[in-house]
Every structure is written in structure tokens, then in C-alpha cells.
Design a protein around this ligand. Sequence first.
Ligand code: PEP
Length: 253
Amino acid sequence: MPQRIVAGNWKMNGSRALLAAYFAAMEQAWMPLRRCEVLLFPPALLLSEALEPAAALGIGLGVQTVHPEASGAYTGELAAEMAVDAGAQWTLVGHSERRAACGESNEDVAVRAAAALRAGLKPMVCVGEVLTDRRAGRAEDVVREQLEAVLATVGEDLSAGAIAYEPVWAIGTGETASPEVAQAMHAVIRDVLRGAANGLADVPIVYGGSVKPDNAAALFAETDIDGALVGGASLDAAAFLAIIAAMETHGNP
Ligand code: PEP
């Protein structure tokens, strides 16, 4: 069975003050986790501040991207080795905002996933189609190509990581893919993983795109939806806790 994961992506939001208030609120209402692993991807500058309170609750930490190289003249970049040194266990790679704003290609995403794995960081590989692809009936092909580029580079090593299916048209828009639409793409992703190498059938596949407390349970009830990557709602401790609770009570056992 794939591990269930509920992850929060703070993007370029937050401050030390917000982080302190957030963890205070989380501690107040925290529930012992039976079914899922909880991860937080704060801005890298807040990682050291998050280490202690996250460890106290058993929350894993990650960064939002890593550079393919381990060190060098790459001003402003962050190496996977540095993220590990700072206490991260995970990194996002290929988030659609980086694909769009930083021009990261499928190959760029693949080398970042490989760099993460080399450093001992688990990659959560983000894939997803834009609206024009979906309208043109190309959603499945786009997602397959994104995933296959990573698999061609890291192969079975991806068993240490996870996939986040995030239809771009559902990110930050308030428009969620219906549980049926999301499940259909998760089943495609599961098929690709299963066919690629032994040991990949149980790679967690989480859904991302306007996940909120009121739609999480229906998504988590689907067979191949192993959790969520939550953007906006993860900045609100109460909303994030409600999504975690939905996985704990409604997700597949
Ligand atoms: C994300 O950025 O990964 C995301 C899913 O954002 P939101 O939940 O705000 O749509």
C-alpha cells in the first residue's frame, strides 16, 4: 500500500512570526497520526525555524526546489545537499509555477529529481496539464511525458519519492478537479509507474489543486489518491488540520 501523505506548500509566503503562531495552533489541536505522513514545504529561509516544532509533532520538512548541481557559481540557488544539511527530508521538483515562471523543462525537472536522490532527499515530483491541453484532449499525454522524463533519468530510485498530480488549471483558482477526473489521471500515473520498474507501484500519488477542508474527503475516498499537496489552505493551521483529519478519517485504510 502506498504511504498516505498530506503536504503543505507555503510557496513564497510566511514569516518567522507566522510560523510560530502556526505551530502553536497546530500543537493545540494536533491529532496522533494513524494513516498519513504530514509534510511542510516552507520557504527555505524558514526551515531552521521550523525544525524543532515540526519534529515535536512528527511533521517532515522539505524545500520547494533544488538545483541540479551540488555546489558552484549559481547565485541564488539551493543545492540538495544544503537542504539535507539544513534538516530537510523532501523537496518539491517540477512545480508548475517553476515550470512556467523559471522555464523548467521536463529534462530540468528530471535532473533536479536525480540531484535530490543523490543527496538523500526525497523528491515529490509535480506533474499536471494546463487547461488548453485538457481542452484539446492532451492531458494524459502531457502528464505521461512529464513522468516518463523523470523515470528515464532516475528509474527505480523514484521509489523513495512521491508524485503530485496538480492540474495547472486547478492551482490557486478555487477550481478543484472532480474526484472522478483526478482519480482517472491518478490511475494513468499508477499504470505508468507500475510499468516502468519493479517497486514503483506503491509510490504515493497525491493530488494538488485547490484542496480545501470541504473537498478533501471526497478526493481521499478515491482508490489511487494517496493524499494531497495543499497550497493556499496549508497557510491556515485550522484548514490544514481539517484536511489532515479528512485523511485520517476518510482516506482508504
Ligand atoms: C500548489 O501550489 O501546489 C497548490 C496545490 O496550490 P493550491 O492548493 O493553492 O491550489
